[in-house]
Design a binder for this molecule. Structure first.
Ligand code: ADP
Ligand code: MG
Length: 728
């Protein structure tokens, strides 16, 4: 196994990775779709685009107000098709395009809504002033016309695609009201509907655009070094390998490695971590993060469009657009509910009149039922919660991959944690060398060992190499390097076939295990042996300390209701015991190979339901994939970890997991409340309609009120809650 450090090994890539890769493929384009106010609208828009020749995939997400498109079709045709469906589309090439534009300036619908409100008020005033019925009617009608034309247009388009969406229902109700001379009520219906949906869009935009706003953090221009002289250029024109300058107090424009200069960098934009990180030459810096004090020269490692920030933003948008499992049920319900109530409305008039009732009375009651037939607040209950929760989590440096992950996370009662790099800092330090072969001294043994480990990505290997470097030792280039995950490595150095590995390898290779092993192990040290054939040349004792927040993170997990926390490690029992003791963990399994970790996770899952497995990626890929929720720590440096994990903790902070779990529980709670409240209100309205107790104005006010309520309720998830750091 080789590859850059910190990357997950390419073992069994999770399906998410493939799906995301597909979605991130170069020919997938994205458009912002404005003016949608219901999930059914999203379907109408999607059908309209999908019907275009050349379109392979068209997905419209109501939650993120966006369209994702694969196919050969030009922008003009797409925007026209969306326009015919009653909405406005504009391409988003990068996240920067169109961001920051206030919605009321870009949305024509808001303007017509305001005008219709003014006209409605005018109509009421005119009416009260005692103007003639004809004049009053005219003003009401003009209010309806102004507020209602976008609704009517969208309704026509929906009808063309045979969908009975809320625009159709409202347009029919208003038209019916005019038909029986109830102008004022017809106007109220359309205007309230327009106001409600506009407000809702306004509220939702906060969640939808949270990532766009993040993207604006990365400067558009950057000072690059050309022949030692600084020159300011647009970030799009900067290639990999270009050197650029970062001044104190400036945001970093591109991902890169520091060449000169030391500084501290506030990486909150990506990791949600408020304490600035110390950076020195050789460290990675990320676009959009804030350089606090020092000046630096940085070599770009990625072009602007590939930066970690834009990848994160893209993944967040995809997650926001994803459908939560409970949403499928609601959509199914809505698909049955709406036609059913529509039918009931028609039947009510027919039956009412046949039973000797008055046509106008029963027709009016049916109109009220039409409005009640709109599942407005119900269908947005779940997606608005997902949008807000995913956006709110991202602000705290937690990338949750969508509604499914949120719902799974909310059910987690058991967590498995990897030891090295997750509970511990992952930066072990060499503390002791026991030479077993009299022909070697400590320094020689270390030089050979570090050469054997030079190509390994394991933290233990890194520690040995670092120790050799710090003693000024020269390493030899290993040949025929082979790594076996969870065991150790083999390499040929100067013609000698050598191996390095833990106790497992040691007992496999030699019959007489040196006494030094248990001496080191009893001291809580991780032991790595260097050997040739069946001879042990030296033993190395390394110490890895728990992360400062590990114990608090374990307590926090218990506090959010995680009953079982199990540490899984490939390390030896005494070391496992020592680390468990220092982090407050009571369950641990030691001496596990990667397959052993996978089995342990599966076993936990059988006993305790969905398990969240936290790992740093090295050697843990199979277990992370097997767990219902694979949680990657310190994902900021690793694209593979970002892509394949279900939850990625951007920073190196284990304590964020408890925050993620409590956020997901709150999210599911809010979803439930929203769904139940919507159903209750609908139920009451349906029950009251046949008795004439439901006026059009009450019906529409209940509808819009509930829609706004569920939206605002969900938006609370965007706020950084107690326990999490206040970012704004
Ligand atoms: P953990 O569960 O603590 O993250 P790993 O599964 O990564 O541990 O590794 C388990 C054990 O395998 C280590 O404690 C070590 O003994 C051995 N090992 C793995 N890789 C190497 C390596 N490159 N060099 C030496 N020993 C290794
Ligand atoms: Mg590990």
């Amino acid at each position: 196994m080789s590859g850059p450090p910190l990357e997950l090994p390419m073992v069994a890539p999770a399906p998410v990775a493939e799906e995301s890769d597909l979605k991130l493929s170069a020919d997938a384009r994205r458009y912002r779709v404005d003016g949608m106010d219901c999930a059914a609208c999203a379907r109408s828009a999607q059908k309209a685009v999908a019907a275009l020749p050349g379109v392979q995939v068209a997905e419209v997400s109501f939650g993120t107000a966006s369209l994702r498109l694969v196919g050969s079709v030009d922008d003009g045709a797409v925007t026209a098709a969306v326009g015919r469906a009653g909405f406005a589309a504009r391409p988003i090439g990068t996240f920067r395009a169109g961001a920051g534009r206030a919605f009321w300036r870009s949305d024509a619908r808001a303007t017509s809504t305001s005008a219709s409100v003014a006209l409605l008020v005018a109509a009421a005033v005119v009416h009260l002033a005692g103007a003639s019925d004809a004049v009053t009617m005219l003003v009401y009608l003009s209010s309806m016309g102004v507020g209602g034309w976008p609704i009517a247009r969208a309704a026509l388009s929906a009808l063309r695609h045979r969908s009975l969406d809320m625009n159709v229902l409202m347009a029919l109700a208003a038209a019916g009201a005019v038909g029986i001379g109830a102008y004022a009520e017809g106007a109220w219906v359309l205007v309230l509907f327009a106001v409600g949906t506009t407000l809702e869009t306004f509220a939702l935009d906060r969640g939808r655009r949270s990532m766009e706003r993040l993207m604006e953090l990365a400067p558009a221009r950057v000072g690059v070094l050309v022949d030692g002289r600084e020159q300011t250029v647009g970030v799009e024109d900067v290639g990999v390998g270009t050197e650029f300058l970062v001044r104190p107090g400036e945001r970093i424009a591109l991902d890169g490695l520091i060449l000169h200069g030391e500084s501290t960098v506030d990486q909150a934009a990506i990791t949600g971590e408020s304490i600035p990180a110390d950076k020195r030459p050789g460290d990675a810096v990320f676009a959009g993060t804030l350089n606090v004090h020092g000046g630096m020269t940085v070599r770009a490692t990625r072009v602007a469009g590939q930066s970690t920030l834009s990848k994160v933003a893209d993944l967040v948008e995809q997650a926001q657009a994803s459908r939560a499992p409970s949403e499928r049920f609601i959509d199914l319900f809505a698909r049955i509910y709406t036609p059913l109530v529509f039918l009931a409305a028609v039947l009510m008039t027919v039956v009412g009149v046949l039973a000797g009732g008055e046509l106008d009375t029963w027709f009016y009651r049916s109109l009220a039922l039409l409005i009640v037939a709109c599942p407005c607040s119900l269908v947005i209950s779940v997606p608005v919660a997902v949008v807000s929760a995913v956006g709110g989590a991202a602000r705290r440096g937690i990338l949750v991959k969508g509604g499914q992950a949120l719902e799974d996370l909310a059910r987690v009662r058991a967590v498995a944690v990897d030891k090295t790099g997750t509970l511990t800092s992952g930066a072990p330090v060499l503390t002791q060398i026991l030479v077993e072969d009299s022909r070697l001294d400590e320094t020689e043994a270390l030089a050979v060992m570090a050469s054997v480990e030079a190509r390994s990505e394991h933290p233990l290997a890194a520690a040995l190499v670092a120790a050799a470097h710090s003693r000024g030792l020269r390493l030899q280039d290993p040949e025929e390097f082979v790594a076996s995950p969870g065991r150790g490595v083999e390499a040929t150095i100067a013609g000698r076939r050598l191996w390095a590995g833990g106790p497992r390898v040691l007992t496999d290779r030699t019959a007489s295990v040196p006494a030094g092993l248990s001496v080191l192990e009893q001291g809580g040290k991780t032991v790595v042996a260097l050997g040739e054939k069946d001879r042990v040349l030296a033993l190395f004792g390394l110490e890895d300390t728990p992360r400062p927040e590990a114990a608090a993170a374990v307590v926090a997990l218990r506090d959010v209701g995680v009953e079982r926390i199990t540490m899984l490690t490939g390390d030896a029992e005494p070391v496992a015991r020592a680390i468990a003791g220092r982090t407050g963990i009571v369950d641990w399994r030691s001496g596990l190979l990667p397959e052993g970790k996978l089995q342990a996770v599966e076993e936990m899952q059988r006993r305790h339901g969905p398990v969240a497995m936290v790992g740093d990626g090295v050697n843990d890929a199979p277990a992370l994939a097997a767990a219902r929720i694979g949680v990657a720590m310190g994902a900021v440096g690793s694209d593979v970890a970002l892509q394949s994990a279900d939850v990625a903790l951007m920073g190196d902070r284990l304590d964020r997991l408890a925050i993620a779990i409590s956020l997901s529980r709150r999210t599911v709670g809010i979803m439930r409340f929203n769904v139940v409240a919507s159903l209750l209100v609908k139920g009451v309205c349906v029950a009251l309609a046949p008795f004439g107790l439901m006026t059009l104005v009450i019906a529409i006010a209940a509808d819009m009120g509930m829609s706004l309520l569920v939206t605002l309720n969900a938006l609370r998830l965007l706020q950084t809650s107690a326990g999490a750091r206040a970012m704004d």
